[in-house]
Design a protein around this ligand. Sequence first.
Ligand code: URA
Ligand code: SF4
Length: 197
Amino acid sequence: MEKKLQGIKKKVIECTKCELSATRNNAVPGKGNYKSDVIFVGEAPGKNEDMKGEPFIGVAGNKLSTALESAGISRNEVYITNIVKCRPPKNRVPTAIERNTCQNYLKKEIEIINPKIICVLGNTAFNSLLDGKEIIKFRGKVVRKNNQLYFLTIHPAATIYNQKLISVLKKDIKKLFKLIQKIKEGKKVKIDIEHMP
Ligand code: URA
Ligand code: SF4
């Protein structure tokens, strides 16, 4: 398992499949516990992530860490990644072409880790993974698609200038880990949205 994940990491670091490779300093593969019950999926690396080659280490990353800590979870217990692995110039939203070109890496990460649930952070991940939009209306909900569970919440960066949203993120993350506990105990979880394949 860990070997396979290392293989993906190496491919990401060397990847030149889309034009984001031309402007990046470092590609940013996913990071964390390969035995995690959950994969967190953000949008794309920002400035700090691009400098260090690690996901969610800037201000948004601090918000995510804070929310995890409030649920009693430390970052290294979980696996964190992004829809695209290289920083878009000026942090623009990655294009459909870039997202499609990069999607196989995320698909592999999911296959290898086989998480009980995928936590969708914000609109870009929501749109890319589930064809959704307006995550603020759907946050806190559980989606099932092709037999995979997803939990929807806001992007941690959305909480930076809006104090109210940090409590929303914390509340959602607490709910997520309660759901995971239920799944592990073999209890039924309520599916809010069924996506037909
Ligand atoms: N925002 C993201 O979506 N991903 C990161 O890794 C950092 C900030
Ligand atoms: Fe490759 Fe993805 Fe980086 Fe594009 S964003 S160069 S597809 S790793």
